[in-house]
Ligand binder design. Structure first.
Ligand code: R2B
Ligand code: URA
Length: 311
């Protein structure tokens, strides 16, 4: 008892089974919920049977990467499925892709806050309809690093906006509502431990800047338009570094906000493809980029394997 009080991470692990939380009184009044962008519905699909055993949700931008991740997890967890026997559950829509292997659900979310936000609304409802408990959520992806060796993996402590504020601003009915974007600290520490065990690449915990654009939004000089100077760009990136920012991507803020709102412990794990203090263009070879992109998968895979095998 005394030791669990001292260690917040241990204390958290002894909580009773936790459901995924939705907060919308209108949901209960609907006799069917159609998750339009997944092409799934509560009348046409048995969510409890299809997804009830999900314990790990892993989301990432690209459909092919999420397919590869599900194949990787199938092997890592020794689930014994044939690689070509892992179907896309959302095959009738090309908005998002979804794969399930054992307790792992992998879903693609496209690029940017609006795309991942739509997907997360439907995913959180799916987990709720399926009565899933004790689910942990991960976003794996790519990013631009600041002052880091390319290939470094950044585990996000907190996601900040373009002004380095730790919140996500949701425009609702023409008003701005803000939500906190701090991610689960214990989960981040556990992932860092996994990295020490894997011992193949460098991983750090840091602040992540989430932007709504890849070019001007990330202070690049190589977009179609640019109305600032090299000095302005460097000044902004140095300010970001001073504020603790170690990488830049485009979905972490709403991911963190929605994990917090739904009670899902969440982690964002992104590899850096370049050092933005050195340039803007991503010029590494296809092979190098492929290997970089496997790094977040390996880290999250290690965590899932450890947790899954303990149960
Ligand atoms: C990382 O990479 C994508 C842009 O190239 C974007 O989805 C992100 O967050
Ligand atoms: N993804 C981003 O959003 N920015 C980068 O610089 C690289 C990948």
């Amino acid at each position: 008892m005394a030791s669990s009080n001292k260690d917040p991470c241990k204390k958290e692990m002894t909580y009773p089974a936790k459901c995924v939380y939705v907060s919308n009184p209108y949901l209960e009044t609907m006799n069917e919920d159609i998750l339009y962008h997944f092409d799934l519905g509560t009348k046409t699909h048995d969510f409890r049977a299809m997804f009830g055993d999900v314990k790990f949700v892993c989301v990432g931008g690209s459909a092919s990467r999420m397919k590869a991740f599900s194949q990787y997890m199938n092997e890592l967890l020794g689930l014994g499925r044939a690689t070509d026997d892992i179907p896309n559950i959302c095959a009738h829509t090309d908005r998002y892709s979804m794969y399930k292997v054992g307790p792992v659900l992998a879903v693609s979310h496209g690029m940017g806050i609006p795309s991942i936000s739509i997907m997360l609304h439907e995913l959180i409802k799916l987990l709720c309809h399926a009565k899933c408990t004790d689910v942990v959520a991960f976003r794996i992806g790519t990013s631009g690093g600041i002052g880091l060796q390319p290939g470094t993996v950044v585990i996000t402590k907190v996601s900040v906006d373009a002004s380095f504020n730790a919140c996500f601003e949701q425009n609702t009915l023409g008003m701005i509502v803000t939500y906190p974007t701090v991610l689960n600290e214990c989960l981040a520490q556990e992932l860092l431990k996994c990295n020490k065990e894997i011992d193949q690449f460098n991983a750090i915990i840091g602040t992540t800047l989430c932007t709504s654009d890849f070019y001007e939004g990330q202070a690049r000089l190589d977009g179609a338009f640019c109305n600032y100077t090299y000095e302005d760009k460097m000044n902004y990136l140095h300010c970001a570094y001073e504020a603790g920012v170690r990488n830049i991507e485009m979905e972490s803020s709403v991911f963190a906000a929605m994990c917090n709102r739904s009670g899902l412990p969440g982690a964002v794990v992104c590899v850096t493809l370049l050092d933005r203090l050195q340039g803007d263009q991503i010029g590494s070879s296809h092979e190098v980029l492929e290997e970089y992109q496997e790094r977040p998968q390996k880290l999250v895979g290690c965590y899932i394997k450890k947790t899954f095998c303990k149960k």
